[in-house]
Ligand binder design. Structure first.
Ligand code: DMJ
Length: 484
């Protein structure tokens, strides 16, 4: 079977490259060739019209050809969306139906995908999207939206597309959206409510998490672009208020009550619920030169490594702990945690970053594509879904950019090939309901265009496509200009 040929090849490629890089292969990598996996792959059925860039042992990757392949796959998905769901939030990739998160459209895919098209040089498509947003998008809607998702996808997307294109209509949309989201911060603690009504400014929900409370790159950028400090101040206060509530051992929990400031879930992790809080401490220091963010980030790293880092036979991982004591609770890791090598690398901790990325690679190859959550000691899957998430590719891109090691180009090709083989549909790309069966599901989140394909493209595009000295990516991969 062709897929197994590719797996076998990449194992050899990466094995050689890993050894060539002076890095040790974790024994878990051997899982890739196990009979269990072969049976799982065989049961998964045939693929649809894949266009592989087959890796060969010892052969250098043709980066320009890979960048072009990724661009063509972007167009495949984008044209599917455009034909079946133009103007809607998303297209459902199996039925071809449009899907709007809140009943009315916020043009989420168009906004989220726009800066990727600008970076890829897809000018015609980007111009069409900009015109449509100007003519047909209104945030004046009587709907309660999830503040976090709309901030990172839409506010961040409009800002970065404005910064790249100079189209002031996008900035006007961003300012209008920022004003409508701002009431979310009006809580007794300053921690934002999870839902806000875009027309009335009313808020909903009292339970949130640290990641959803970290919105400073987007609101801070709005302050810098408009000259109005109100956005920066509110979003910074929210992060400070969360950090003030860290436990005695320096960890954050998984959920907190906005009104009382009391933790309602005391599970500490670098992943779901906390991921972009940590990410934004470091990134707000870099983006704005904010010294308070620098201090908080530096306070955060020690406890993360002390209590969440875990060394098992297959290598380095980050698991779960009880936030008050630091005691290990679960050895879980998954697709969301896979962003952490990128963050470690951005901080200059290359040793941990590279080792954890090898673990990421094992997680992906154990099932031919990564699960949402698995136990890293046993490799047993506890949530087998794959939502077309980008984090593992994000880490690959960061590590490649910062080390120049071609190992990461080979890893990226593995991820690309798996995506094309298992997730491509005649019209677009589909999430998987279970990586063990590769059953597709009628879902294509906008971050596939904003992040997954952007990071994959940037891995192979000329390094100068993004000027890292002047850029920080928000958590949705929208490149924001530095103001430090
Ligand atoms: C994205 O919306 C963002 O990357 C967020 O920080 C986490 N989840 C998704 C992608 O997996």
């Amino acid at each position: 079977m062709r897929f197994l040929g590719v797996v076998g090849t990449i194992v050899r490629v990466c094995g050689a490259a890993l050894l060539g890089s002076g890095l040790l292969l974790g024994s878990g990598l051997l899982l890739i060739g196990s009979g269990v996996l072969n049976a799982q792959v065989a049961a998964a059925g045939a693929a649809q019209e894949p266009t592989f860039g087959t890796p060969t042992f010892g052969t250098a990757i043709d980066r320009a050809a890979m960048a072009e392949r990724v661009k063509q796959e972007y167009l495949h998905g984008w044209n599917g969306y455009r034909q079946a769901a133009w103007g809607h939030d998303e297209v459902m990739p199996l039925t071809g139906k449009p899907h709007d998160w809140y009943g009315v459209s916020l043009h989420m895919t168009e906004i989220d995908g726009l800066d990727t098209m600008l970076l890829m040089g897809l000018t015609t498509e980007a111009t069409e999207a900009r015109e449509d947003l100007d003519k047909n998008l209104s945030f004046d809607q009587d709907i309660y939206v999830k503040n976090f998702e709309i901030t990172i996808r839409c506010l961040g997307g409009l800002e970065s597309a404005y910064e790249i294109s100079g189209d002031k209509r996008l900035l006007a949309l961003a300012e209008d959206l920022g004003d409508r989201l701002l009431p979310a911060f009006h809580s007794p603690t300053g921690i934002p409510y999870p839902f806000v009504n875009l027309k009335t400014g009313k808020v909903k929900g009292v339970e949130t998490d640290p990641a959803s409370s970290a919105l400073l790159p987007e609101f801070g950028t709005l302050s810098k672009l408009t000259g109005k400090p109100v956005y920066y101040d509110a979003a910074k206060r929210a992060m400070v208020e969360i950090w003030k509530r860290r436990s005695g051992v320096g960890l954050l929990g998984g959920a907190i009550n906005v009104d009382t400031g009391k933790w309602t879930d005391t599970t500490a992790t670098v992943g779901s619920g906390t991921d972009s809080f940590y990410e934004y401490l470091l990134k707000c220091w870099l983006l704005f030169g904010d010294k308070d963010m620098q201090t908080m980030w530096q306070q955060a790293t020690g406890p993360i490594h002390q209590y969440l880092e875990d060394e098992v036979r297959s290598g380095l991982w980050y698991g779960e702990a009880e936030m008050m004591t630091g005691k290990r609770t679960e050895q879980n890791y998954g697709a969301l945690d896979a962003f952490f090598p990128a963050l470690l690398a951005l901080d200059g901790d290359m040793s941990r970053a590279q080792r954890l990325q090898l673990s990421n690679f094992q997680m992906w190859t154990a099932y031919g594509i990564e699960p949402e959550v698995m136990n890293y000691a046993t490799f047993e899957v506890s949530d087998g879904g794959y939502q077309l998430r980008p984090e593992i590719i994000e880490s690959t891109y960061y590590l490649h950019h910062l080390t120049g090691d071609p190992l990461y180009e080979h890893m990226g090709q593995m991820y690309y090939d798996s995506l094309v083989r298992w997730c491509r549909t005649p019209n677009a790309y589909a999430a998987l309901s279970d990586v063990r069966t590769k059953a597709q599901k009628d879902d294509m989140e906008s971050f596939f265009f904003a992040e997954t394909l952007k990071y994959l493209y940037l891995l192979y595009a000329p390094d100068a496509t993004v000027d890292w000295r002047r850029t920080v990516f928000n958590t949705e991969a929208h490149p924001l200009k530095r103001f430090d």
